[in-house]
Design a protein around this ligand. Structure first.
Ligand code: ZN
Length: 366
């Protein structure tokens, strides 16, 4: 079954395109070679960094007909590999929270009310494999299971079908019941390194060129999902709005604070996403002053159009450079304060107040 000779290029194809997470790949490879692959894994890490892709790649390696599972390699070409990629392999079960829903529907786990226990992921996982040597289940957004769903899944975790492998994907360890957590082998994933994220942003066509991709990566906390979100029309216009306000000749503290708070209101979301939004606003400001100081961080054409006249007007004026340096430092302090849970309105109002004072020539201790 695994007798096909493969060239060295083919050997690494499945993992080469996955950015970061090499330590986790090695961990899985060692476990499989020792015959100690656990039945259930909890893949933990921020959204949009490749946990689901990782689970799918491992599944490809387990199902690929051209490599033994111990190699943890997949050709990407055989029907099994292609079916996993298309989520259509008969031995792969993949569920996630549907768009617009708050919870992962219990029906996906144990079947609709009139078919309870006779269909759904828990039932299907216990069936004999149809074409691979085992069955694999991937539960994305596992933190959104309600208690009934979690209890149903717990039964499967307590008595996992022979040879089956489950991947539960969550943003944080604490976001899932301890009883579930304790029955899974935890694998922690870190945000993507900036270089890898830049490459991915380019590869996915999220930014038009490397400069823009680097800038986006620096704002995205190592998450491709965040990069994609920031590049959406809404966030682009927020960024331009903030830059336009800062580029005005005399910064009006109250008006700028009002604009930032109104933008926060507009963006909405729960307290955690509000804080992330506030951090992005401040990072846009940090980036604006960095660009004013001539630190080339890329940036969109719209921002360059706003920044260039400000720089030209101040050409050779060292006092301006000093002020922008102080303003940049003040924004960096605000970023730290926000990360340290300072109330958002207080932080943004104090920031704008101080930026106004620096603009009028005050020397602040920031
Ligand atoms: Zn294959």
């Amino acid at each position: 079954m695994f007798g096909v000779c493969v060239c060295p290029v083919e050997v690494s194809v499945v993992w080469e395109s996955l950015r970061g997470h090499h330590r986790q790949v090695e961990m899985f490879r060692r476990a499989i070679r020792r015959g100690r692959l656990a039945h259930a894994f909890l893949l933990v890490g921020p959204p949009g960094i490749g946990k689901r892709t990782f689970a799918l790649r491992v599944t490809q390696c387990l199902f690929c007909t051209r490599h033994p599972p111990e190699d943890l390699q997949a050709c990407g070409e055989c029907p099994a590999c292609k079916q996993v990629l298309a989520h259509s392999h008969p031995d792969l079960m993949l569920v996630n929270k549907p768009e617009g829903r708050a919870e992962l529907p219990i029906d996906l786990l144990i079947g609709a009310p009139d078919r309870r226990g006779r269909e759904g992921l828990c039932h299907d996982l216990a069936l004999r494999p149809m074409s691979a040597m085992r069955r694999v289940a991937i539960i994305d957004d596992a933190e959104t299971m309600n208690d009934a769903g979690a209890n149903a899944l717990l039964k499967t975790l307590e008595e996992p079908p022979s040879g089956s492998v489950m991947f539960l994907i969550v943003p944080e360890t604490e976001s899932i019941l301890t009883t579930i957590r304790s029955r899974c082998h935890q694998v922690l994933f870190s945000p993507l390194p900036s270089n890898d994220l830049t490459d991915l942003i380019l590869q996915e066509g999220i930014a038009p060129d490397r400069d823009a991709a680097q800038l986006l990566a620096s704002l995205s906390d190592g998450s491709l999902a965040t990069a994609s979100q920031l590049q959406s029309g809404d966030w682009r216009s927020v960024r331009e709005r903030v830059c336009r306000e800062l580029a005005a000749k005399d910064l009006d503290s109250q008006a700028t604070a009002a604009l930032l708070l109104a933008t926060m209101e507009e963006l909405g979301g729960d307290p955690a996403s509000q804080r992330r939004s506030a951090l992005w606003l401040v990072r846009f400001m940090v980036d604006f002053y960095r660009q004013l100081l001539g630190v080339d961080t890329g940036g969109s054409t719209a921002e360059t159009a706003l920044i260039t006249p400000v720089r030209q007007n101040a050409a050779g004026d060292l006092i301006c450079d000093d002020r922008w340096g102080l303003m940049l430092e003040r924004c960096l302090t605000a970023e730290m304060n926000l990360s340290a849970s300072m109330p958002i309105p207080l932080c943004l109002e104090a920031l704008c107040h101080d930026l106004g004072r620096i603009g009028r020539g005050a020397l602040l201790t920031v």
